[in-house]
Design a protein around this ligand. Structure first.
Ligand code: ZN
Length: 298
């Protein structure tokens, strides 16, 4: 096949074999992202580990509610775009029927990879038939937003903040484009155009977060809510979740995200054409520096 390319073989150094921690206590499963050294940047190693943990929680009849949280200072700083464990060019045992991305040319590589790892996985987790709660502290940025948004309920500490700064890269938001379902369209535009941090309390006022509590109370409040939900019948919860998701999809959430995914990929390819870099020349450090600059001017 002449349209295939030699896969890149970058050195990948994983700092841990346990990118997530999984535990079950009574009827609550906890999935905790465990790359605190990198603010829980999401690499594929972590993505597939989250998926395995979701599977385990779904299969365990004792589990009624799933909590997604992060170790360390932050919930998640987003997708891994530059740690030693960035594994963009690695092949994994895929969960959808897309082919392997690593030996594909041009825009195909990233398109296939993000169909599987970002859009596909997030849609999959959104449909987990048990209630999920994101317990958010610190940063919940870009790819981190996607992880919180796929959960049914978001409880945040008052030091949490939310941002999608990828317009800076010339990209119309992260791959899972739920922005206009999480926020009203005018606020979503402000959120994206400026890329600035939205504090937990404002996210609560906008209806994106269910509850804001102090950092000290975050765990007890989140688990208390989970325990109360867990008293409801399994099938009642599953059907109720399906009902709400179904109505959201009738309002265009799923098809809208599919459409915008292609704009997102036009942007990646456009960046490649004009600058030879599908992230517009940014990495995690330069993104943070550029945002600090903007925040100072604001
Ligand atoms: Zn992307």
């Amino acid at each position: 096949m002449d349209d295939l390319v030699e896969p890149q073989k970058p050195d990948i150094v994983y700092e841990t074999d346990e990118p997530i921690l999984y535990s079950v206590k009574e009827s609550i499963a906890t999935i905790s992202m465990n790359r605190p050294k990198y603010n829980n940047a999401q690499n594929s190693q972590m993505t597939y580990a989250i998926d395995d943990a979701m599977r385990q929680a779904v299969d365990d009849d004792a589990v009624k509610v799933i909590i997604l949280r992060g170790e360390g200072k932050h919930f998640s700083a987003g997708h891994d775009i530059g740690t030693p464990g960035r594994d963009l060019h690695k092949t994994f045992d895929r969960k959808h029927l897309w082919w392997d991305h690593t030996n594909k040319p041009g825009g195909e590589l990233l398109y296939i990879r993000e169909q599987e790892t970002y859009l596909g996985m997030c849609k999959r987790w959104r449909e987990v038939p048990k209630p999920t709660i994101a317990m958010v502290h610190g940063a919940c940025v870009a790819g981190g937003l996607m992880l919180a948004w796929v959960c049914d309920i978001i409880v945040a500490s008052d030091d949490a903040f939310f941002a999608d700064p990828v317009v800076r890269m010339g990209i119309p938001g992260v791959e899972y484009f739920a922005h206009v379902h999480e926020l009203n369209p005018r606020i979503a535009k402000e959120f994206l155009f400026l890329g600035e941090r939205m504090a937990a309390y404002r996210a609560y006022q906008m209806g994106m977060v269910n509850k804001v509590v102090t950092r000290d109370e975050l765990e007890s409040e989140t688990y208390s809510m989970a325990e109360r939900i867990a008293k409801m019948p399994r099938m009642g919860l599953a059907l109720t979740k399906k009902a709400v998701n179904h109505i959201e999809d009738l309002q265009g959430k799923n098809t809208g995200m599919d459409a915008v995914f292609h704009m997102h990929h036009f942007a990646h390819s456009h960046n490649d054409l004009i600058s030879d870099d599908n992230l517009g020349g940014f990495d995690a450090k330069s993104m943070a520096a550029s945002q600090r600059d903007q925040d100072k001017k604001g």
